[in-house]
Structures are given as structure tokens and as C-alpha cells.
Ligand binder design. Structure first.
Ligand code: AMP
Length: 296
């Protein structure tokens, strides 16, 4: 596995690029099995380049940029057990530096949900991913369905800026009790960890409503927010249409996203479930319609 610590060394990717398509898996490190599953899926498409960068521009004032866990040695040890071909772990000044530099402004898919709660967050995500695309020049990039709005906002950027990269979304990896894996789960003590189960339970409650034939978005949202009473505060419990994330009062047949965000102790946690609703039938689906990888 090649380790690239600075932008000046990116030429070392040339040998990989000559041999196979390059597949990018951007992360902020503090890796867990969800990230590693992304790497394994990505390896089906070519030589995997994992990036590890805690991106300052996607954190707002008062958010956890300083506290965010950083453990490059631990991450490299975990990646050594995966098919990752290279790791790019740049410094902040490899990625940013010039005053007044060009940034990306996220499109409409970033307006609600986390975009409304974290102003500028998706601008920061899209800007850093656009830079990573320019630096690594991947053929394919893989993102987790757990961050559904991020995935959809990135897909809008790729489409609108005509970027020559194919995006795939990978399923959410969960702990055995249903909690979505997240680097931020490290912030939770044992009691908070138990209470955090209210997020997957809220999604299950929303899904159960749909399976019982409920088609009022407000009723599904009420069921989800009821389950989130165990959280310390609720950011949102929402039903949105896929892929554009429009609000709806009545849920039509088609693809919908159940999305929740809540604070438990020191952690702001999110979770999502993408569902296809077809009359009485409700089944989990992907976000980007990427087929094989997305459904695997
Ligand atoms: P992060 O390091 O949290 O920025 O995440 C890096 C990538 O891993 C993003 O594409 C996330 O959506 C994805 N990811 C994070 N948690 C999970 C999970 N539990 N299952 C699958 N993918 C995940």
C-alpha cells in the first residue's frame, strides 16, 4: 500500500492509474468497519485510493473539528487488511491556502435537512471532494449511503459540473444492534450508546408505518420523532422524495428517504433509510441507482 503524505507526491499514483481504473474513497479517518466495507466494494472497480483528511471547511463554528478523532497509524493498520492500493493523507495546506480561493456552492439538494442545520457544511464537503477529484483524478468514487444527503449533493455537483467521474453509493454498515457505524460513536459513553439506538428505531418506526399503508408524510414523521424522544434533542425526522429531496405531504409510489438527525450526549448523529414504495410493497433501495455496487 502506497502512503502519500503530501500533494507533491501524487505522481506516485501514475503506476496505479496505468494499470487499472482508479477508485477514490474519501474519508475523514478514525476508520471503522463501515469505511472498510466501502474500500472492499470499491476494489471491485479498480485500484482503491483512500483519502484521510479532516476537512476544516465542512465544520461550522462550535462544531467538533478540534475534537474529531485522528489516528493515522491506527487507520493505516486497518487499511493494511483491505485491498486499498494507496492512502493519500494530505496536510491542510496541501488542500487550502490562498486567501479568497475558489469554492463550490452546493446545489438545491443541500438546502434542507443537514444543510439547513449546518450552514456551509455541504459547500465545504463539495469543495474538498472537488479538489480530491482534481488531485487524484479517479474514474469512480464511492460514498456511503449513511450520509445520504451528502451523496446526493455530490451527485448533483458531478452532474452539474460535468465531472468525469462515476459515483457509487454503498450500503450503511451497522453494529449488531442496528446503530449505524460512525466515527462520532466514539464520543458516546455506555448509556448514551444505548440511547443512540433511538435513531435506527426511528427509521424502523417510519418504515413500519409505510408498510402498514400510511402515506401521510406528517404521520410517518410523527412516528419517527416519537422514537427520537430518547435523544437529548431532535434536529429533524423527515420524509423526502428521492433523488431531489423535495418535501411531500402525501407519499407517492417511488423512492423516498427517511432521514433523522439528533443529538445524544456530545454527539450529533444522523441516519437514513432509502426505500422504494410500490403500493403495498416497501423495500430498501440505493440512492444513486448505481446497480451492482450500490445494491451489494
Ligand atoms: P467520514 O469519514 O465519516 O466522512 O465517512 C467517509 C465515507 O464513509 C463517507 O462516504 C461515508 O458516507 C461513509 N460511511 C460512514 N459511515 C458509514 C457506515 N456506517 N456504513 C457505510 N459507509 C459509511
Amino acid at each position: 500500500m502506497i502512503l502519500i503524505r503530501g500533494a507533491g507526491e501524487l505522481g506516485r499514483l501514475a503506476a496505479l492509474r496505468d494499470a487499472a481504473p482508479l477508485v477514490l474513497v474519501p474519508t475523514m479517518g478514525a476508520l471503522h468497519d463501515g469505511h472498510l466495507a466501502l474500500v472492499r466494494q470499491a476494489a471491485r472497480y479498480g485500484a482503491v485510493v483512500v483519502t484521510i483528511f479532516v476537512n476544516p471547511t465542512q465544520f461550522g463554528p462550535g462544531e467538533d473539528f478540534a475534537a474529531y478523532p485522528r489516528d493515522l497509524d491506527g487507520d493505516l493498520a486497518l487499511l493494511a487488511g483491505t485491498p486499498a492500493a494507496a492512502v493519500f493523507a494530505p496536510a491542510v495546506d496541501d488542500m487550502y491556502g490562498r486567501p479568497g480561493e475558489v469554492t463550490i456552492r452546493a446545489g438545491r439538494r443541500a438546502d434542507g435537512l443537514c444543510g439547513a442545520r449546518r450552514p456551509g457544511h455541504f459547500d465545504g464537503v463539495l469543495t474538498v471532494v472537488a479538489k480530491l477529484f482534481g488531485m487524484v483524478r479517479p474514474d469512480v468514487a464511492v460514498f456511503g449511503r449513511k450520509d445520504a444527503q451528502q451523496c446526493l449533493a455530490l451527485a448533483q455537483m458531478v452532474a452539474d459540473l460535468r465531472l468525469p467521474v462515476r459515483l457509487l453509493d454503498a450500503p450503511t454498515v451497522r453494529e449488531p444492534d442496528g446503530l449505524a457505524m460512525s466515527s462520532r460513536n466514539r464520543y458516546l459513553d455506555a448509556k448514551q450508546r444505548q440511547r443512540a439506538l433511538c435513531l435506527p428505531r426511528a427509521l424502523a418506526a417510519g418504515r413500519a408505518c409505510l408498510e402498514a399503508g400510511e402515506r401521510s408524510a406528517a404521520a410517518v414523521e410523527t412516528a419517527m420523532s416519537g422514537a427520537l424522544a430518547a435523544a437529548d434533542s431532535l434536529d429533524y425526522a423527515a420524509v423526502r422524495l428521492l433523488p431531489e429531496l423535495e418535501e411531500t405531504s402525501s407519499i407517492p409510489d417511488g423512492r423516498v428517504l427517511l432521514a433523522v438527525a439528533a443529538r445524544v450526549g456530545p454527539a450529533r448523529l444522523i441516519d437514513n433509510l432509502a426505500l422504494r414504495v410500490d403500493r403495498g410493497f416497501v423495500a430498501e433501495t440505493d440512492l444513486l441507482g448505481g446497480g451492482e455496487a450500490a445494491g451489494a
